[in-house]
Design a protein around this ligand. Structure first.
Ligand code: HEM
Length: 604
């Protein structure tokens, strides 16, 4: 064997060794986790609690430690298997020691004592102190942050973490289908308990609130659980101080000003119908992606209905053809939803230096504000007879409140456009997809929509939003130390500043709540459910709850009714063989490859 191939073989062995050790420890820990509950029934309560804490602590710390040691293994060219073995075992030993006695000794003394246990382990393996110190420093860095957070989240359980990868931690396995991952974990481990901790690599922990009553309580208590500074920073990058991001007096002022225009009796039904008719030429017989159609149609509807504006007439400069700006706005909103959603979830900063897509989003935002919306505001200001709508209300409010600047007006406009068409568009896409797969429901709905009845329509809306909640989750922050109740009736403490996530996507699909057929599209399940919001155990919250609930609910329903009626009148919807939406969790529930439906013209 050549020297070079020897070196490769040695590296491969090192890597295999590290991974094998890591896996072995993980398996042992999982086994320990399984044994723990049965032990706990026989042991004293204190022992049970201590064992649980140690196991959770060790498990989470192990993942981080495994990651950092693996990073070191890959980065260092001088490493050999024994060094890693020793460092790894020293680390695990130290964590176990710290987990058992750390609390009693106090944090600093705990770390020193843990080091004292780990050091001889390394020395026994005859490694140099310098190398040990390097790994120890790496280990301490990750452990310290974990430890601090875990002590704050005592009593919370975390799902077994997916395999940790070098440098990426557990981010990669979770990123592409975060919601499906959560769903799997929740079903497996926490279906009854409902509350658990999720730890995106590098980020702060998320308290997942998958328990219906607690979710409702949290969303209704805006003082204890506001949207929080992080939410404001990230959404504020696009929305500024608009209705979605504003807090306190600023939110109350905007809500009071804008909410009346969303009342059903004030919505312009004609505007919605015109929007559909002017978009219909985008559709033709055959397999189509209805996503782009609904995006444009709902944007047109929103602008006509609430701003009395024809978005197709908007221009950034002379070169823009009719409809160019409308397509740009729709694209900017979808892109913004994806970027902000991922940055929220994985706790990434909205840094233009670090992320090219944040720079792209900033360019889109600036162009939308200065080249599209500012001229719209100026034109309205110059009008002698202004229509009674949101835009006029915002402009007129400036004369009552001088602190309400032009920038505030633009913030509200960007917010309403952003929140107001993307959501309705995705909802309609998924409704069409399910109706295409269920011809009998489609026929019954077509018939009902030609009358003034709306029973089936409401059930279809609910069932679509149950399976595809277009806002798949919302986040909150604890403004003070508090506690919430889990599914077993136990209190779980929430430290001040903790991030909470209410995953509608998960809540709406739990078989424990919705039955064994939870994954099926069955609008009639709502026949048996009474109550205004049709909510098993009050957990069905497609439009949110409390003071921050959706202001545009009425418009969304009006658009849904009008668009479905008109579409089903012209076309029969059929499924595209082999197609299923590939769901991605942004701010809205997007589908990566669009939503495809086969359209067949109906005989008149
Ligand atoms: C099917 C369609 C829609 C769904 C499922 C939906 C869902 C939601 C949800 C769940 C929230 C609460 C978010 C939270 O608590 O953090 C919300 C808030 C909001 N929605 Fe919608 N929405 C829809 C359509 C619309 C439309 C058409 C508009 C029109 C402008 C709109 C504007 C807003 C605004 C401004 C807020 C923030 C309200 C506040 O904080 O006071 N939504 N929406």
């Amino acid at each position: 064997m050549t020297q070079e191939s020897c070196a490769y073989a040695s590296r491969a062995t090192q890597l295999l060794y590290v991974i094998a050790t890591d896996c072995a420890v993980r398996l042992a820990l999982r086994a320990g986790l399984r044994i723990a509950p049965s032990l706990s029934t026989t042991l004293l309560y204190r022992a049970k609690a201590a064992a649980r804490n140690v196991i959770h602590f060790v498990r989470a710390a192990t993942a981080c430690l495994g990651c950092s040691v693996q990073c070191a293994a890959l980065l260092s060219s001088h490493c050999d298997a024994t060094v890693f073995g020793a460092a790894l075992h020293a680390g695990y030993l130290a964590i176990a020691f710290d987990g058992l006695f750390g609390e009693k000794l106090g944090r600093r003394r705990g770390v020193v004592a843990a080091a004292a246990v780990g050091l001889p382990a390394a020395l026994l393996a005859r490694q140099s102190i310098a190398r040990y110190a390097l790994y120890w420093a790496l280990f301490c860095l990750t452990k310290q942050s974990l430890q601090m957070a875990l002590w704050r989240y005592r009593g919370w359980r975390a799902p077994p973490l997916p395999i940790t990868l070098p440098l990426l931690g557990n981010l990669l396995p979770a990123a592409p289908a975060f919601m499906r991952f959560l769903l799997r974990q929740a079903k497996r481990h926490f279906a009854k308990e409902g509350l658990f901790l999720f730890w995106p690599a590098g980020g702060a922990p998320l308290c997942v609130i998958a328990h219906a009553k607690t979710a409702r309580k949290i969303l209704s208590d805006r003082r204890t659980f506001p949207k929080g500074p992080d939410y404001r920073r990230k959404f504020g990058f696009v929305f500024g101080d608009g209705l979605v991001t504003a807090e306190g007096a600023s939110h109350a002022r905007a809500r009071k000003l804008l909410a009346p225009y969303f009342r059903t009796d004030r919505l312009k039904v004609d505007g919605v119908l015109q929007a559909f008719q002017s978009s219909l030429d985008m559709l033709s017989e055959g397999d189509v992606d209805v996503q782009s159609f609904f995006h444009l149609a709902t944007l047109r509807a929103f602008c006509r209905c609430l701003l009395s504006e024809d978005v197709d007439g908007w221009k950034r400069d002379e070169n823009d053809a009719k409809g160019d700006v409308a397509r740009f706005v729709a694209e900017a909103c979808s892109f913004g939803s994806l970027v902000v959603g991922e940055h929220m979830l994985f706790d990434l900063p909205m840094s233009e230096t670090l992320f090219g897509r944040v720079r792209k989003l900033r360019r889109m935002r600036d162009s939308l504000r200065s080249k599209v919306l500012r001229p719209v505001v100026e034109r309205r200001r110059a009008l002698a007879e202004k229509p009674d709508d949101c835009l006029t209300a915002l402009i007129q409010h400036q004369s009552i409140d001088p602190t309400f600047t032009d920038e505030h007006v633009l913030d509200q406009l960007v917010t309403l456009i952003g929140a107001g068409h993307d959501t309705s568009a995705y909802f309609l896409c998924y409704a069409c997809f399910e109706l295409a797969r269920h011809p009998e429901i489609q026929d019954a709905l077509r018939e009902e929509l030609s009358t003034n009845e709306d029973d089936l329509f409401r059930r279809v809306v609910r069932e679509t939003l149950r399976l595809y909640p277009v806002i798949p989750m919302v986040t909150r922050v604890a403004s003070c130390s508090t506690s919430v109740v889990d599914g077993h009736g136990n209190n779980k403490s929430i430290p001040k500043g903790a991030r909470l996530i209410v995953p509608f996507f998960l809540l709406n699909r739990l078989p424990e709540v919705w039955g064994a057929d939870a994954a099926d599209f069955k609008p009639d399940r709502f026949l048996a459910i009474s109550g205004g919001v049709a909510a098993p155990a009050q957990g069905f919250l497609p439009f949110g709850s409390g003071a921050r609930s959706c202001v545009g609910q009425g418009l969304a329903l009006l658009e849904a009714r009008t668009f479905l009626r008109e579409l089903l009148d012209v076309y029969e919807l059929r499924p595209v063989p082999g197609f299923a939406p590939s769901i991605k969790a942004g701010v809205s529930l997007t589908s990566a490859g669009g939503v495809r439906v086969r359209l067949v013209k109906r005989a008149v």
